[in-house]
Design a protein. Sequence first.
Length: 447
Amino acid sequence: MAKKVGTKGLIKLLVWLYIALLLTEGALRKWFLVPLSEPLLIVRDPVVVAIYLLAFQSKQFPMNGFVAATVFMGFMAFCFGAISGESNFIVTLYGMRINFLQIPLIFVLGQVLDYKDCVQIGKVLILLAIPQIMIMVLQFSSGQGAWINRQVGGGEGIMGALGRFRPPGTFSFITGPAAYFPLVLAFVISFLLHEGKRFTWLCYAGAACVMLAIPVSISRLLALTCGMVMVAATYAFYRLPNPPKLIIRSVGAGALLLIFVPMLPVFDTATETFTERWVTSTGDDMEGVKEEIVGRFFHGLIGLPLEAMGKTPITGHGIGVGSNVGAKMLTGDVTFLMGESEWEKAIMEMGPMLGLGFIVLRFALVFYIFRFAFSALGRGNAMPLLIFTSCFMLILNGQWGPPTILGFSILGGGLTLAATKTSCLEPEDAPKQRDFHEHEAASGAHR
C-alpha cells in the first residue's frame, strides 16, 4: 500500500514538472537555451512516458475505449506514413507524438488528481499570471529589437495593430497566453464561487491580470475564450445555491477591477491597439464578426476538411507532414504543407477515413469530458465546467502541432475530469455526486 501511495505521489510530481515545462518551454527556447530550441519542442514527451510507466506500475493507467482507439489509430497512421512516398520515418514519429502520444494523459490526470490537487494547481497558475502579465506588458512596450522580444528561431513577432506585435510572454507564440489566461480566469471564478474568502485577494489579482492581458495580448482568441468562460460562469451562477453571497463577492471584484486596472499607464494604449486590430480585421458591425470570426471558424471546421477529403489519397500524405517541424525536415522551410486548419491537416495527413476517425475521436473526447463537467455542476461544483469551457475548443480542433496548444488541451481536459472528484473533501463541503473516479471504477475502465 505504501508503495502504491509513493508511486502516485511521484506521478503528481511529474505532473507538476509537466506544467512547469509547459509554462517555461518558450522562455527556454528563445532566451536561455537557444541552441536547444528544436529538441525542447519535445521536452515534455519523456515526462509523459514516465507518467505512463508509473501509472502502469500502480495500476492507474486507464484502459478505456478512448485509449484503445488512440492506440489503433496511431498504429494505422504509422503504417500509412511508412508507405507514403512524401514522408520519412522521423517525420512519421514526430506526427505520432503530436496526435496520439498524449491523449491517454487526460485520463491519467483524471485518475491520479482530485479537486484538492486542482485547487493547488489553480493557485499556482493564478500567482504566475502576475509575472506573466508583467513580462507581456514589457514586451508590448518595447521594440522588436529588445532582448525581451526575441523570437524562437529569430525573426519578428506576429503583427497586432498600430505597429505593435502580439506579446507571447514566456511562451513561444501568442497562442500560449490565449490558452493560459482563460484557464486562469476559470480558476479565479471557481475560487470566488467555492473557496469562500480564502483566496479573495488572489482572485482579485488574477482577474486583474486577465483583464489587462486581453488588450495587451492583442489576441481575439484570448478575448473570445475569456468571453465563453464568463458565459459559462453566468450559467453556473444561476445553477448554484446561495446566490446573494456570490453576488456581493462578484460585484466587489468587478468594482475593484473597473476602478484600478484602467488606471495602469499601459491600459489605454493596449485598449486602443486591441480595438484597432478588432475593427481592422472584423469591421465595426455584426456582419464583419459573422464573416471574419464565425464564417472563418466554420469554414475551417467544415468547409476545408470537406475539400480535403476530395483530393487526398486514401492513405494520406503521411502523418507529421503537415506540421511546421515536418515541413522543415522535408523541405527546409517552416511552412504549412497541409493547410493551417487542424481538421483539414488531419485528413490530408492520414487520409479521408482515418483522418475522419481522428476528428470523431476528438469530438467524442469533448462530449465525454463535457458530460462529467455538466453533471458536476448539477451537484454544486462549477469548477469542471469552467475549466472545460476554457479548453474544449483546443481539444476539439486546436492545432496540436505547436506544443503549447497540445499541452493546454491535455492539461485542461485532465483537470476537468480531476475537478469532479470531490470525495477528498470533508462531507459538508463535498457535493454528493457520481464523479469521474467513481464512474471509471464502476465501469472497470482501469482494469
